[in-house]
Design a protein around this ligand. Structure first.
Ligand code: ZN
Length: 187
């Protein structure tokens, strides 16, 4: 199973809206395997299809590394054609980063609890409530499916704080401990 390069924030595919998946096929099965493998390889808590250059409405996540010992572990969750059907008006600020925006982290305010409807890897439908880290990761990945990045939620002041790193990413000069694209080749 190949590790897919992760596209960085200046790639236009990250700004496109994704397409719903019609049915389970071998191609989708294989894509899911690669997406999951790439997420774990990159030490990501979640990964959305556009981040590996695909326009499928799919993301995967595994919040367990962020959960406390006494919290219920969720393990890997595959979300195909997800839909947020409810969000709490109660919001919380949490620190976020993104594999597509290496070395940029900032606080983002989002709903504390959500209800998500999605198909799993067997195309079985679920409706589930999430809160805390799982809700946070889902909202971040869900944004990716609509062409939204976490830095879009920052004030222009906070965004300016990250300007030099964003410019480095644009120039293909960013470094990451996983394959990224586009990247300038150095000899
Ligand atoms: Zn992201």
């Amino acid at each position: 199973m190949p590790i897919l390069p992760i596209v960085t924030y200046n790639d236009p595919i990250l700004r496109e809206k994704t397409q719903e998946v019609d049915s389970r096929t071998e191609v989708i099965d294989r894509f899911l395997e690669d997406l999951i493998e790439t997420m774990y390889y990159s030490n990501g808590l979640g990964l959305a299809a556009p981040q590996v250059g695909s326009s499928h409405r799919i993301f995967v996540f595994d919040p367990d590394p962020m959960l406390e010992d006494d919290e219920e572990k969720l393990g890997l969750i595959v979300c195909i054609n997800p839909m947020i059907i409810e969000q709490s008006s109660q919001q919380v600020s949490m620190d976020e980063g993104c594999l597509s925006i290496p070395d940029v982290k900032d606080m983002v305010k989002r709903a504390e609890t959500i209800t998500l409807q999605y198909l799993d890897e067997h195309f079985v439908e679920h409706t589930r409530n999430f809160s805390g880290w799982p809700a946070r990761i889902i909202l971040h990945e869900y944004d990716h499916l609509d062409g939204i990045l976490f830095i879009d939620h920052l004030s222009s002041f906070r965004r300016r704080m990250h300007k030099s790193q964003l410019k480095a990413i644009e120039a293909g000069e960013a470094e990451a401990p996983y394959p990224i694209s586009p990247k300038k080749h150095s000899t």
